[in-house]
Design a protein around this ligand. Structure first.
Ligand SMILES: [Zn+2]
Length: 190
């Protein structure tokens, strides 16, 4: 199963310009129907990666915990960071195609969050802007009640608004923090 990895891909270049999510007609009804059908597979894939994150990820440092709290995360101790060489992409052709269609750019993906698992590309693990953005996604998962409800909503939003203007992305960009690099604990190496 693959992903949605894509869905939370974060381009560092994304500024905090906030597009307002208004109730527009669905941008792409065909895609909306397609994503709706794919949702259960996306959830399964996401839950699998999140489980791996719980097993192999690294807990937040105190400095990172402060960023998490400022991002609205209720349970920072549950967050796990995984450093990856590349954000995992959907293996399944249909999911991959859908990801591209919603405007995700795998080549520029620097981070992805699935529940309490935050993946960041190696070299960006100390980047406060990226971390704060991804931690805001953690807060969104918490507010929604978990991976399934979050992704169900986010997939529908992606079809309705496109990636950049989807409400969760707009909100995450609006909560990006700047700051000096935060040192991590010894790297988990993956
Ligand atoms: Zn994001």
């Amino acid at each position: 199963m693959k992903s949605i990895a894509v869905l939370f891909v974060t381009a560092l270049a994304a500024s905090s310009a906030a597009a307002t999510a208004t109730a527009e007609p669905v941008k792409n009804p065909a895609l909306a129907a397609q994503l709706s059908v794919m949702a259960p597979r996306v959830v399964t894939w996401a839950e699998k990666l999140a489980t791996e994150g719980r097993a192999h990820g690294v807990a937040l440092t105190p400095a990172q915990e402060r960023i998490a709290r400022a991002s609205g995360v209720r349970n920072p101790h549950d967050v796990r960071i995984i450093v990856v060489d590349r954000i995992p992409l959907p293996d399944e052709p249909q999911l991959r195609a859908a990801a591209l269609e919603v405007g995700l750019s795998p080549s520029s993906a620097l981070g992805m969050t699935l529940g309490y698992t935050v993946m960041v590309v190696r070299g960006y693990e100390d980047n406060v802007r990226l971390l704060s953005h991804e931690l805001r996604h953690v807060a969104q998962y918490e507010a929604c009640g978990g991976i399934r409800p979050f992704l169900t909503m986010h997939l529908a939003d992606l079809a309705a608004f496109g990636y950049e203007d989807s409400p969760f992305e707009v909100d995450a960009r609006a909560h990006e923090q700047d700051g000096p690099p935060v040192l991590r604990r010894a790297s988990s190496g993956g």
